[in-house]
Design a protein around this ligand. Structure first.
Ligand code: SAH
Ligand code: SF4
Ligand code: F3S
Length: 443
């Protein structure tokens, strides 16, 4: 039996796409390889959001090249966002690569592989028209699973390559999404995360009129689904209707990823984010007031062209004021073809590094203090794993998406819910023990 190996980089959407690639290959009779070395088909699913992940693709592909040197019958495939971006150039520059498949090309992957089997080298970076259909596919279902509900982005933030490599915003029909969620639920999923670059504009362009909050209600209507999460929301489209549903629908977890990117209005404008810090702050404060124990997370870019020390200070102030539970911060990286490519990348690398370190240090200070608030409280945890050495040890996440490690006298299974008394809080994880009987649960 021939084996495949997929190396995945980038965001959850790439993880999802890799599961889809795996299912297509398995339908064609391939089986997963334990290691890269034993794969007959070696695929890399790439990310081009910054320079660093793009370089990671080069190093993965370099390893594939070594394997192919020893076993020339091996086929090498280059997929994902860098594939969409560079297309034919990849085939031209790297003779050992057999096929390049862009972000919309998964629909035709089976045909592409059939051609590769016949000895052809080819590139499919065709962009699909019409609505987004993924259909249903079989996969190894995990208790917490992702479902793509839309793809692409129409926002064109000036630094970002995603609209170019993922194309225009397209939504999947609610029927298709519900069929997939039902399949996941039937196979053990208890938590689903709805994925899109900009989930708040879900439904745009569909024949059926449906908003994102309405979709959440439909998904959470399935009995076996106990928790619903979603990423990513764009602050300019974040609505009070969504706050309502987070407040009223008990399956929707109190966790919101709402990327601010920068605290300075001047920089936000240059980034084409279409909101001011004041607007963002008011919205977040409203959400915090109405949703008890809401955890917030955000992405930040430091060193955007023209960012002065004063601008950067605004980002630090935003961190202090909002008090996020988690942040992802990046140094600005020029991306080919984006609006900001025309701006002079004038913040020295050293300054970008220093600002990044400052942001991360400040956040660490904030979260160390905030995490402590969990000590001596009880949280709801969905069991996602158990200790390898100690049978009584379990792990999972609370509703706020924090990792919780705990012990339990009672036997628990993956997908069970436990009420856990927190004895120790570290910045990134909580520790505690499961309660035997019912008691009040925080959040
Ligand atoms: N759709 C999501 C996330 C897209 S990419 C959103 O709109 O928030 C994930 C994160 O990568 C972004 O939020 C941004 O913080 C970061 N990012 C994107 N382009 C970047 C660039 N050119 N340089 C540095 N960071 C970047
Ligand atoms: Fe990129 Fe902006 Fe779209 Fe997010 S909203 S994917 S940052 S263009
Ligand atoms: Fe990267 Fe593509 Fe996701 S560029 S962040 S893998 S959409």
């Amino acid at each position: 039996m021939r084996k495949y190996f997929i190396h995945t980089m980038g965001c959850q959407m790439n993880e999802y796409d890799s599961q889809r690639i795996a299912s297509i290959l398995e339908k064609m009779g391939f089986v997963p390889a334990e290691t890269m070395e034993e794969g007959d088909y070696l695929l890399v699913n790439t990310c081009s959001v910054r320079e660093k992940p793009q370089h990671k693709a080069d190093s993965a592909i370099g390893r594939f090249k070594q394997i192919k040197k020893k076993r020339p019958e091996v086929k090498v495939g280059f997929c994902g966002c860098v594939a969409q971006q560079d297309g034919e150039k990849i085939l031209k520059n790297s003779k050992f690569i057999d096929f390049v498949v862009g972000t919309d090309g998964l629909d035709r992957l089976e045909e592409v592989i059939a051609c590769v089997e016949n000895g052809r080298r080819l590139c499919d970076t065709q962009v699909n028209d019409g609505e987004l259909t993924i259909g249903s596919f079989r996969r190894n279902v995990s208790v917490s699973s992702f479902v793509t509900i839309m793809k692409g982005c129409d926002n064109f933030c000036s630094y970002c390559i995603v609209p170019y490599v993922r194309g225009r915003e397209k939504s999947r029909t609610p029927e298709e999404i519900l069929t997939e969620v039902r399949y996941l639920a039937d196979n053990g999923a208890r938590e689903v995360t709805l994925l899109g670059q900009n989930v708040n504009s879900y439904g745009k362009g569909l024949d059926e009129k449906i908003s994102f909050p309405e979709l959440i209600n439909e998904v959470s209507g399935l009995d076996s689904i106990k928790r619903v999460r979603f990423v990513t929301s764009h602050p300019k489209d974040f609505s009070d209707e969504l706050i309502d549903i987070m407040q009223n629908n008990e399956k929707v977890c109190e966790y919101l990823h709402l990327p601010l990117q920068a605290g300075s209005d001047r920089i936000l404008k240059a980034m084409n984010r279409k909101y001011t810090y004041g607007h963002y702050r008011d919205m977040v404060m409203r959400a915090k007031e109405r949703i008890p124990n809401l955890a917030l997370s955000s992405d930040f870019i430091v060193g955007f062209p023209g960012e002065t020390d004063e601008d950067f200070e605004c980002t630090l102030n935003a961190l202090r004021e909002i008090e996020y539970d988690t942040i992802f911060a990046f140094a600005y990286s020029v991306r080919p073809g984006t609006g900001a490519e025309k701006l002079v990348d004038d913040v020295p690398e050293q300054t970008k590094k220093m600002r990044l370190a400052k942001v991360l240090d400040l956040q660490k200070e904030i979260i160390t203090r905030r995490s402590k608030e969990y000590e001596k409280t009880v949280v709801e945890v969905m069991v996602e794993g158990r200790g390898k050495k100690d049978e009584n040890q379990f792990s999972g996440r609370n509703r706020q998406n924090k990792v919780v490690n705990f012990s339990s006298e009672k036997e628990l299974n993956i997908g069970d819910f436990a009420k856990v008394y927190i004895t120790q809080a570290r910045p990134n994880s909580l520790y505690g023990k499961a309660l035997e009987e019912d008691s009040d649960v925080r959040g």
